[in-house]
Design a binder for this molecule. Structure first.
Ligand code: SF4
Length: 400
C-alpha cells in the first residue's frame, strides 16, 4: 500500500465510489477545484474550534507504545493548574470569523456574501446556545489513529464530549443544508470515529451525534453494535485489499458529474483528432462483424436443429453433403441435486467428500462400499442424465 495507507473516512468513501479518483487524489495528489461550500464548512469549523478550546478538559487516554497511561486526575490537575478558561465574547468570535474568512471557491460575489451572512447568523445562534447550555468537551478537532484488527485507520474528530450520564459522546458538525436522523444512523464516518475513540480512550462511547449547525439540531444515535461495526470492517477490508493490490479501475456513475478528473479519466477522455478516422472505421467493422456473428449463430442453430429432426426421423447419424459428411455426436452429463440428502451427509460426516458437488465426487461416493448402501441408493437416485446432441463435419476442405 502507498504511504497514504491509514484509511480515513473520506479516503475510504472515495475509494468505494471510484478507485481511480482515489488514485488521482491520494497518489497523484492532483488538486481539485475549490468549492465555496467546502471553504464555508472549513471556516466555520475553525471558528468553533477556537471558541470551544478553552472549555476542553481532557479525558484519560489509553497508553500508546511510547506513551504512559494518563488518568483523568492527571488531566484535571493539569487543567486546574492552567489559568481559568475564558470563553471569548460573541464579538471576539465574530472578529475571529472575519479574520478566518476566505473567498476561495465561490462562483460569484453574491454567493460569497450569502454564505458569509449565513455563517455569522449560524455562529451567533450557536454562541447563544453555548452560553445557555455549555458542553463538557474532552477534545476538539482531535486527530486519532488506530489499527482496527490490522487495518490502520485515522481521523480528525470535531468534538468529543463527556456525557453527563457517563461515557463519551462523539460529535461531527455538518454545515450542509439538509440532515436527517437517518444520516446519523447510517453514517460510516461516525462508526469509524467510534472505533477510533474506543481504541484511544479509556471511557466507553455513550453516543454518536451529527450536529446540524444551520438548525442547531443534534441528531443523536446510540453507539453502533458489534455486528454493524463488523459489516463496516468488512467493507473497509475490501478497500484496504484493493489499495494493497493497487487496483485503481474507474467506476463511473452519478458521482462523475462532480468529479474534477473527467478530462483525464479513460471513461470520459475523447479520441485525439489524429486517430478519429482510423478508430471509427475499426469500431464500425467490429459492429458489422458482431451483427454478422449473431446472424450466423442463429442460422447455425436452426440448421443443426433441422438436421437433428431429419436424423431422428430416419434413424441415421451420418448425413452426406456434397463436400463433407455431417456426423451426429452425443455428449452425456450427469447432474445430482443433493439438497435432500445433505442432512444425512452431514450427520455421517461425508460432506467433506463433496467439496464442489461435482458429479465425479458423487459417483465416487456411490461406488464406495464403505458408505451406507441406503445412502448410496438415495444419492444415485438424485442423479439425472442430460444428453446433448451436436454435429461434426468429416471430410471438409483442409481435412486432407
Ligand atoms: S470521472 Fe467518474 S469514473 Fe472517472 S475518475 Fe472521476 S469518478 Fe471515477
Amino acid at each position: 500500500m502507498p504511504s497514504t495507507s491509514a484509511l480515513s473516512y473520506s479516503s475510504y468513501r472515495t475509494y468505494l465510489e471510484c478507485p481511480l479518483r482515489w488514485k488521482f487524489l491520494y497518489i497523484d495528489r492532483l488538486p481539485e477545484t475549490p468549492h465555496g461550500y467546502f471553504t464555508f464548512g472549513r471556516v466555520v469549523h475553525s471558528v468553533l474550534e477556537e471558541l470551544l478550546r478553552p472549555l476542553v478538559v481532557p479525558s484519560a487516554r489509553r497508553a500508546g507504545e511510547s506513551d504512559s497511561q494518563r488518568t483523568l486526575d492527571d488531566w484535571q490537575s493539569r487543567a486546574r493548574a492552567a489559568a481559568a478558561p475564558a470563553l471569548m465574547s460573541r464579538e471576539q468570535m465574530l472578529s475571529q470569523y472575519d479574520r478566518s474568512w476566505t473567498g476561495e471557491g465561490y462562483t460569484t460575489p453574491e454567493e460569497e456574501a450569502r454564505y458569509r451572512t449565513l455563517g455569522r447568523d449560524l455562529l451567533t445562534r450557536y454562541y447563544d446556545r453555548l452560553v445557555r447550555e455549555p458542553p463538557q468537551p474532552v477534545a476538539i478537532e482531535q486527530h486519532l489513529e488506530a489499527r482496527w484488527d490490522g487495518i490502520p485507520i485515522h481521523g480528525y474528530i470535531d468534538r468529543i464530549d463527556r456525557n453527563p450520564t457517563g461515557g463519551l459522546e462523539i460529535l461531527d458538525y455538518k454545515t450542509s443544508r439538509e440532515l436527517t436522523a437517518g444520516d446519523a444512523k447510517e453514517s460510516d464516518q461516525l462508526s469509524i470515529y467510534q472505533v477510533l475513540v474506543e481504541s484511544n480512550y479509556s471511557e466507553p462511547v455513550g453516543g454518536l451525534t451529527l450536529y446540524h449547525l444551520r438548525s442547531l439540531t443534534p441528531l443523536r444515535v446510540p453507539p453502533r453494535d458489534r455486528s454493524s461495526l463488523t459489516t463496516l470492517y468488512d467493507r473497509m477490508g475490501t478497500v484496504s485489499d484493493g489499495l494493497r493490490a493497487e487496483a485503481y479501475e474507474p467506476t463511473p456513475g452519478r458521482h462523475c458529474s462532480r468529479c474534477d478528473f473527467r478530462s483525464i479519466c479513460p471513461e470520459f477522455r475523447t479520441v485525439p483528432v489524429s486517430d478519429e478516422t482510423r478508430l471509427r472505421d475499426l469500431v464500425d467493422r467490429f459492429d458489422r462483424l458482431r451483427n454478422e456473428e449473431a446472424r450466423v449463430g442463429t442460422e447455425l442453430r436452426d440448421t443443426a436443429e433441422e438436421l437433428h429432426h431429419a436424423a431422428e426421423e430416419l434413424g441415421i447419424h451420418r448425413l452426406p453433403g456434397s463436400r463433407s459428411v455431417a456426423v451426429r455426436r452425443r455428449e452425456e452429463a450427469w447432474q445430482y441435486s443433493l439438497e435432500g440428502v445433505r442432512p444425512e451427509l452431514d450427520r455421517l460426516g461425508l460432506t467433506s467428500r463433496l467439496p464442489t458437488g461435482r458429479p465425479e465426487e458423487v459417483r465416487r461416493l456411490v461406488r464406495d462400499p464403505s458408505v451406507d448402501p441406503e445412502l448410496r441408493r438415495k444419492l444415485a437416485e438424485t442423479g439425472a442424465r442430460r444428453v446433448k446432441w451436436y454435429w461434426e463435419l468429416e471430410g471438409t476442405a483442409g481435412d486432407g
